[in-house]
Design a protein around this ligand. Structure first.
Ligand SMILES: [Zn+2]
Ligand SMILES: [Zn+2]
Length: 339
């Protein structure tokens, strides 16, 4: 079958790979749509040891069940489904306490098991959710990243935060903004170094928009909140500078969530955190419950993807991947491949 392959460092091509094999508890999906994730671009750009070629990547996908092992009862042939990106062990302490996304034994599509940049992929039935008829394949491919945004929201204590700031308007940031709106945020502020990305944030409801190339972001957010600071700041970049901005822009008693992984060691003011009782949470991936919420948000029309997504046939996958790496486009933020 045809696949977007990652056969060696710095190489991406379209070619043949072996058909997936049907294992107990698993199904074969005919992949309808699969998103190219920032983590996969980073992996290729930095030769990440977490994604070592030869590999077929792709962990944000939906499709139709075309074969099921005899012991599968969760879904049947013909069902439209979306998959979680993680395959937890379901036995360890994290899995048993309901935090399967932190399972140390977790499998991940396109990392330690074959991914969905292909015509077909094998998936354990227990990580699948049904996709309602009114949720499109493009939306289905965005259910996992949307669930990442839902997971961020689930970590917050605030119910109706007046001002929510999202730093970084890539896929996760653009989805986190819309989850915040659906979740009760009253005002959305977007921060990005790209005016094109800020326009996309504006199209999904953010106002005002701040660009650190031009604006003193922390001072602007303070001014916008009459000197107080934002109730919630979500950093969807993960660079030391943006993490620091998040802590500096949040009000006393406010909440910061870090979801980006662009950088690592970060210096923040311990005094601001302690004396202001500012909380900082890390958010990683998503749970099955977050996936269900994400699918429901799409089903009920709460999430706008048109202004910032672009579909491409799988055949163009290598070229699109290369373009996203070399010169990120200004007219869309997320590429979705249609095998
Ligand atoms: Zn992803
Ligand atoms: Zn586990």
């Amino acid at each position: 079958m045809k696949a977007l392959r990652y056969p060696a460092w710095d190489v991406l091509d379209i070619g043949d790979v072996d058909e997936p094999v049907l294992a107990p508890g698993e199904v074969i999906l005919d992949v309808a749509a699969v998103g190219i994730c920032g983590s996969e671009l980073e992996a290729v750009a930095h030769r990440s040891p977490r994604r070592t070629p030869p590999l077929v990547m792709g962990h944000e996908f939906c499709g139709e069940v075309i074969a099921a092992a005899p012991d599968v009862s969760e879904v049947k042939v013909g069902d439209r489904v979306v998959a979680n990106s993680l395959v937890p062990c379901d036995r360890c302490r994290e899995c048993r306490r309901g935090a399967s996304h932190l399972c140390p034994e977790r499998g991940i599509f396109g990392m330690n098991r074959p991914g969905a940049f292909a015509e077909r992929v094998a998936v354990p039935a227990r990580v699948l959710l049904p996709l309602p008829e009114r949720v499109s394949p493009l939306q289905g491919a965005l259910a996992e990243p949307l669930a990442n945004g839902v997971h961020v929201w689930s970590l917050l204590a605030a119910k109706f935060p007046e001002t929510v700031v999202v730093i970084g308007c890539g896929t996760i940031g653009l989805l986190a903004l819309q989850v915040a709106r659906a979740g009760g945020a009253l005002r959305l502020v977007a921060v990005d170094t790209s005016d094109a990305r800020l326009e996309m944030a504006h199209a999904v409801g953010a106002e005002p928009l701040f660009n650190p190339a031009r604006d003193q972001v922390v001072a602007e957010i303070r001014a916008f909140t009459r000197g107080r600071g934002a109730d919630v700041v979500i950093d969807a970049v993960g660079a030391p500078a943006t993490r620091r901005t998040a802590v500096e822009a949040v009000r006393p008693g406010g909440e910061v969530v870090w979801i980006g992984t662009h950088g690592d060691v970060t210096e923040v003011s311990g005094r601001d955190v302690v004396l202001g009782e500012r909380s900082i949470s890390g958010s990683y991936s998503t749970t099955f419950a977050d996936m269900e919420t994400a699918v429901a948000l799409f089903a009920h029309g709460r999430i706008d993807i048109e202004p910032w997504t672009r579909p491409f046939p799988l055949e163009e996958g290598a070229r699109v991947f290369r373009q996203l790496l070399d010169a990120p486009p200004s007219d869309y933020a997320k590429a979705i491949l249609l095998p």
